[in-house]
Design a protein around this ligand. Structure first.
Ligand code: ADP
Ligand code: ASP
Ligand code: MG
Length: 402
């Protein structure tokens, strides 16, 4: 079997944990498998590197930030190779350049396009454990890129797809995927299985347990994923196309506090206004989420929407630059908001799910600012200070608790 195993930052945070991971990988190796291991930077090292960058410069060039961040994962893989060497198992560490993991050019948010498998296969052929840096790619200018925070998951899935791996295991600091972030919702329950679509929505809506692109890629290439703990042997959660266990009404609740709301006030109420507003943002590759259009005064309208907080400055600048053409009166940005979502394929055939969510928020005294829905999710925008309380209220209202 060829197994791709990925370990996150907490799982390799210190010497003891590095040896713990080394031993887990070696077990698979001695069982006769080919083992490819993807690692993240140790502990919170990526945050520390980012702090260093922002200490030197308020707006560091994105290329140089990526150059700096790639160091984090390189430390992990080289130390891991040394640990395995100590344990008398041949291992080799490789970065994105050495593997040749081709990505798009967007620094800080690149997408993997193609992975050359030759070097990895050769090392496996020589019976080595191959340790690959997560989170990084190389663009057409031969510069390092990074895949967005949490992107090592995507490296692992991409490698599993490219190598036609038999298993892709994501090891982290919780026992699997829960009905809500167990650190925020104490009653959250571990799921045995979840579908790609549900997990993709949860990941996109704030469940940081998996990078959303990793789920997107797993679905596209039918890579079955297992999420489990690096600290114990408990059974984890399987992410796949169809699940066999009995379906609950909803599978999970997610909270996203990284969103900000922008309101464009006093736009002309004529055809094409919404198109022009969102085209300005699309040209800057800014993702827009929950959208609300409402009637303003005397033939005008207002459009509100959310963007990721990292995109706020760029979105405001782009809209201001187009002010004359768009013809709006005011632009407001609100940072203290949270997006709360419920996700579940079970809601397709069950009317009343949204109403139940709203009722539980009403009972908890939480005000809703905006609402958006899809076939398998309902998202509401609320005040940030209500976030965790609202999340618990909704979670427990759907009987997801243990
Ligand atoms: P890693 O460093 O291993 O990639 P992350 O911090 O990225 O770990 O992801 C694991 C964390 O995701 C958990 O510690 C947990 O707090 C958080 N999390 C958010 N939503 C969920 C969920 N639905 N199920 C499990 N964990 C979740
Ligand atoms: N080290 C990177 C981060 O902190 C990538 C990852 O952990 O997946 O975002
Ligand atoms: Mg992660």
């Amino acid at each position: 079997m060829l197994i791709v195993k990925k370990f996150g930052g907490t799982s390799v945070a210190d010497k003891e944990r590095i040896y713990n991971v080394a031993k887990r990988c070696i077990e698979d190796y001695y069982a006769g498998n080919d083992v490819v291991v993807v690692l993240s930077a140790m502990g919170k090292y990526t945050d520390e590197l980012l702090d260093m960058a922002h200490d030197i410069s308020e707006k560091p060039p994105k290329r140089e930030v990526d150059m700096l961040l790639t160091v984090g994962e390189q430390i992990s893989v080289s130390l891991m190779a040394m640990a395995m060497n100590e344990l008398r198992v041949p291992a080799v560490s490789l970065n994105a350049f050495q593997v040749s993991m081709h990505s798009t050019s967007d620094h800080g948010n690149a997408r993997l396009k193609r992975i050359d498998t030759e070097r990895i296969l050769r090392e496996l052929e020589n019976r080595k454990i191959v340790l690959v840096t997560g989170f990084q790619g190389v663009n057409k200018f031969d510069d390092y890129t990074t895949l967005g925070r949490g992107g090592s998951d995507t490296t692992a899935v991409a490698l599993a797809a490219a190598l036609h791996a038999d298993a892709c295991e994501i090891y982290t600091d919780v026992d699997g995927i829960y009905t809500a972030d167990p650190r925020l919702v104490p009653t959250a329950r571990k799921l045995k299985e979840i579908t790609y679509d549900e997990m993709l929505d949860l990941a996109t809506l704030g469940a940081g347990v998996l990078h959303n692109r990793s789920v997107e890629m797993a679905k596209k290439y039918s890579v079955p994923l297992v999420v489990r703990s690096s600290l114990n042997n408990n059974e984890g959660t399987v992410v796949k196309e169809e699940i066999s266990v009995e379906r609950m009404l909803i599978s999970g609740v997610a909270l996203d506090t990284d969103a900000v709301r922008i309101a464009v006030i006093g736009l002309k109420d004529v055809p094409g206004t919404a198109f022009k507003v969102f085209d300005v943002l699309a040209k800057k590759k800014i993702n827009v989420d929950v959208i609300l259009q409402s009637i303003g005064r005397s033939g005008t309208k207002d459009i509100s929407f959310t963007v990721h907080k990292n995109d706020l400055d760029e979105a405001v600048a782009a809209l201001e630059a187009a002010r004359a053409r768009l013809g709006f009166k005011e632009l407001h940005a609100v940072k203290s908001i949270a997006k709360l979502s419920i996700v579940g394929a079970g809601m397709m055939s069950n009317p009343g799910v949204a109403a139940k969510m709203f009722e539980s928020l009403y009972n908890a005294g939480v005000n809703i600012n905006m609402i958006s829905t899809s076939e398998i999710r309902v998202t509401v925008l609320i005040n940030e200070k209500d976030g965790i309380r609202a999340m618990n209220a909704v979670h427990d209202a759907f009987d997801l608790a243990d």
